[in-house]
Design a protein around this ligand. Structure first.
Ligand code: GDD
Length: 366
């Protein structure tokens, strides 16, 4: 029996597998961790399996599970939970995106009583290096949806996390796609979660296997986990949904104010179009602010105590949202060839997510 099992799911990782095993092994030695390294491979057609078998000759605590059916990252991690010979599991990518040096701290946090410890990219001190814009946008969308289920967790879709055996032992997990952590949070038995920041560094060798299918699977997974997360955190989740709903309603009223004023200023007051549009945009931002300040986010003490501080912040965030809308519309329509009406809707959705998340965390921070 070991004190910790480091589970590494792999598919076609011949260029990285040796380096990650050595790195984890070095962490074990330096920190005197009695650990097991468990590679769960989906029968890679390259040399991954052969290289692991070779290393097993000198590393007795290196285990290998080769899966033949139902390939998938999440499925492999769950297979790892089943095969692990310890009571603490830690999942890490093979491609060195996740720093093995954080393993001792994550183990210590589990030993200190936390049920789940998450390596978090989206909190102070964390970050992402070398990700293309497309990947960042997908990740922000996934995180936004995940946070609707677990508002108190910054990075509910991280692939770097540790968990006690008891959390997942009897959980009705339905692994699919990439976001196994969301499944663990949704269906596992846990009370305390701790996040520690880390910087995700995109793989230097090989390519991500994340594609459209992964994204669709994720959307289904969020829906499936919604009712479980409800059992855990019903009231917190409900409050979050109420805020999101109100923010959306306010956004709609803003459109009416904007359009109504534009028509009035243009047709009845005979203003020039640029002047009329600036006034109507600005006044709709103001009316949105008043409604959000007095309705959507009215409860509790704000970290920005004065209304004018919140107004300033709201203005800046709204301009950011408008810029996001503009860039996505033009980039998709002009460079990717997406129909401009569809591109605009996508732009509006991302800008809305931006506006909601940033205003909630900055303008109306508690
Ligand atoms: N067994 C198995 N089967 N392993 C897989 C499979 C599979 O079908 N697909 C990918 N892997 C392994 C890779 O070999 C690597 O060790 C790890 O899973 C991550 O694969 P990538 O394809 O590089 O993932 P990514 O960088 O796009 O995504 C990472 O970041 C996401 C957060 O945005 C992962 O950590 C995800 O779990 C995480 O959600």
């Amino acid at each position: 029996m070991y004190d910790l099992t480091v589970i590494i799911p792999t598919f076609k990782e011949e260029s990285n597998i040796g380096t990650i095993i050595k790195a984890v092994d070095a962490v074990f030695l330096q920190n005197r961790i009695n650990g097991e390294i468990l590679i769960v491979d989906d029968n890679s057609p390259d040399r991954t399996i052969e290289l692991v078998r070779e290393m097993q000759k000198t590393l007795p605590y290196l285990s290998l599970a080769v899966r033949i059916e139902d390939p998938g990252l999440s499925q492999s991690v769950v297979e790892g939970f089943r095969r692990a010979q310890s009571d603490i599991f830690l999942v890490i990518d093979a491609d060195l995106s996740h720093p093995p040096e954080h393993i001792p701290l994550m183990l210590a946090e589990i030993r200190a009583g936390n049920d789940i410890v998450i390596g978090s990219r989206y909190m102070e001190g964390g970050g992402i290096k070398k990700w293309p814009l497309k990947r960042r946008i997908i990740s922000l969308g996934a995180t936004f949806l995940g946070r609707l289920l677990f508002p108190e967790i910054h990075d509910p879709v991280s692939g770097f996390f540790a968990v006690k055996r008891g959390v997942v032992d009897h959980a009705p997990l339905r692994p699919r796609g990439y976001k196994i952590l969301l499944e663990v949070l949704g269906k596992g038995t846990w009370h305390t979660v701790k996040e520690i920041p880390f910087e995700f560094v995109d793989r230097a060798i090989g390519s991500s296997k994340l594609g459209w299918r992964t994204i669709i699977e994720y959307a289904a997974q969020v829906l499936d986990n919604a009712r479980f997360s409800w059992n855990h955190h019903g009231s917190v989740v409900w409050q979050e949904w109420v805020k999101l709903f109100r923010f959306g309603i306010v956004g709609l009223t803003g459109i009416i104010v904007n359009e109504g004023l534009l028509i009035y200023l243009r047709s009845y007051a005979q203003f020039a179009l640029p002047v009329a549009s600036i006034i109507s945009i600005e006044l709709s931002i103001l009316s949105n602010f008043i409604l959000n300040d007095s309705w959507t986010f009215k409860t509790g003490q704000h970290a920005l105590p004065h209304w004018w501080q919140r107004l300033l912040s709201f203005q800046v965030v709204s301009l950011g949202g408008a810029a996001i809308n503009f860039v996505i519309l033009n980039a998709l329509a002009l460079y990717v060839g997406v129909d401009y009406r569809v591109a605009n809707i996508l732009g509006i959705v991302v800008a809305f997510a931006w506006n909601f998340l940033v205003n909630r965390r900055v303008t109306w921070k508690k």
